[in-house]
Design a protein around this ligand. Sequence first.
Ligand SMILES: [Zn+2]
Length: 432
Amino acid sequence: MLISADWILPIATGPIHNGAVRVVGDSVADVGTLVELAAAYPEDTREHFAGCMITPGLVNAHTHLTLTALSGVVPPLPFVQWLPRLVAALKPWEIADHEASGVLGAEESLACGVTVVGDIAYGAAEVASASAAGLGGVYYWELLGMRAEDIKSALDALRFPEDPATYGTRVVCGLSPHSPYTAGPGLLTAVSEHARTLGVPTAVHLDESAAELQLLMDGTGPLSATAARTALGFTPPGSTPVEYLASLGALQGTTAIHLCHVTAREITLLAEQARGVVTCPRSNRYLDNPPPAIAPLLDAGLAVGIGTDSSASNHDLDLMAELRAVRDSERTLSAVTLLNMVTAGGARAIGVERHYGSLAPGKFADLVIHRVAASSEPEAALIDHAGRSTTEAVMSGGVWRVLSGDLLTRDSAAARRAADARVHSLEVLNAT
Ligand SMILES: [Zn+2]
């Protein structure tokens, strides 16, 4: 099949005017001008999108799909005030509520043109439903508030797959020791070692709030009670979050999320040891945390991805809106650099660049048709205008998921259950 539009932005190479992508099965087979590909493959069926441009499926490098039903439930607040409200909002939820909310998150992601996620996963059912909906990427099983020796039993209870191919080749299962204030030093080290043994990736929330810095420096502040309860064995290291993680051997190969107060020394450590970094500027703003300066991270050679984080700390899962937030705070970044962070850069940051993030032969046929026109400089036009409302069509793994702006399949039972869960959360918060 040849899919063509006014512009193709393969990311791996420069934009192609009047371009086309050849899809065979679940993969990209060729990319070029429509004239070239039509001549080379005259038997192929054709689908043309006039007035549109095509990018790879977008990579939301950090999100929590199962929190999608909490959209608008917890208002913007400083992080340490928001966190207990989030915990309270989740109190009435049963496992089926998490699963339904995860389905909602997967559908909403696809509607925004996201086909790849770095998701903090609640468990096996969520990963199964998200991957069935067409969402690839890395699902990090979250581990916190436990002893290092309990990792294996916890993963068994959460049905972490022994076989890496359980969810097919589009899905990678990883591990996440939530953060330095909810996972003790023994757990941070042990998760890292266990992941290396299994050959799976890790991600960690790191350096999000000023309270986290204070806790690590001297053990005081608003997160000290949380740490005493959940970060078993924690004693303040008197160092910054990245330095702390490096001292535990847990920075090596991980994806670090947030880095709101990152220093030059930490950037050097990250560049030496981490797989990549993910920043979530609108979530940072929602929780009154300063987003990091991205240019120094890129200058250090780091793979930088962008994430929406969850719907509980953001207004939506629209990754292009997230990108505009980056553009508005970092005017020196070019449109090409910005677009790279939600495609190839994001894929590198979570370690899935072999399959995702660009349109090139052998990659998965994940593509987004944006209803955005441009006579020149298509990247700039895309960043100015693209988003959920301009998503004309989405393909993942060679299958259409969105056409004419509409999701082709929706799980209405999950939507009802997620809506009820949201109401229960609101009732709890309104009663406190
Ligand atoms: Zn998060």
